[in-house]
Write a protein that binds this ligand. Structure first.
Ligand SMILES: [Zn+2]
Length: 83
């Protein structure tokens, strides 16, 4: 199976920037179209967004620390995608 689309790996490595609104528009569009077709990545994005929202409510920081990100990805069993 060959797909010209960006891989989950490629997208997931940019997801935290995406949900933080720090990603360039072109990449955002790629991710948007990918998650429209990929339930797994959609779950990851939803979860990241919720986590960030929760985090922002309990902290003055606006960015999710790497530690939280790693823990979240671990829980989602996406560790391999971070490598
Ligand atoms: Zn995907």
């Amino acid at each position: 199976m060959t797909q010209p689309k960006p891989s989950c790996h490629e997208l997931i490595s940019s997801l935290s920037d995406f949900v933080n609104g720090e990603l360039e528009a072109e990449l955002c569009a790629k991710i948007e179209s990918h998650i429209a077709e990929c339930p797994n990545c959609r779950i990851v994005v939803d979860t990241l967004r919720k986590t960030i929202t929760l985090y922002q409510q309990t902290s003055a920081q606006t960015e999710m620390p790497n530690e939280v990100r790693s823990r979240l990805f671990k829980r989602l069993e996406l560790e391999d995608l971070l490598k």
